[in-house]
Design a binder for this molecule. Sequence first.
Ligand code: MG
Length: 218
Amino acid sequence: MTNVKMVRNVLDKNDRLADDIREMTATSNTVLFNMMGTPGAGKTSLLEALIPELKKDYQIGVIEGDVATANDADRIAALDVAAAQINTDRFGGSCHLGSEMVKPALEELDYQDLDMVIIENIGNLICPAHFDIGANYNIAVLSITEGADKPVKYPLMFRESQLAIINKIDLLQHLNIDIDEMLTGIKDINSKIDILQMSAMNQNDGVELHKWIADKMD
Ligand code: MG
């Protein structure tokens, strides 16, 4: 009973701060994207492909979440956009970002001056989807190599997202994986979700993702 109450208190506090974040970013007209997915799905590589084009039209900031290291923030900062790193080893090695971590990172980035902030959540297909961090849009990323049944096994992230990216699609020809099973699984969980099949390594594929994001900025 005590545990249940404790968990509820943590979630209440998180959700209150998520509301603060929504209010702050609505006032400054900053759109927040929360990119979630497994470790190695290609989230940082997608951002590296996307940002050089996006930054032609928008002031961008990126918040990188990892348990340890600033490797990903360093990769993003090399693209000459504002980047902040959150390491959750300071928060007990948490497997997700929470609003109490995201709020100070937004302030560090001077979010008021930015059109959009993309948050790369901790690599994990489960935990991040349980925590509201005040984002306007959630994006779920997985790679085709992970197997066709992953969405139906871990449905919440797909239920909570407006876009699902199936990355590394160029590897499909080498795999014994039924892409239709994966697509049907995602749509069964969330019939409204948009789905992009792409490879972060293929520049042409990035055009569709750019369009999806730009559409949300109108
Ligand atoms: Mg990463």
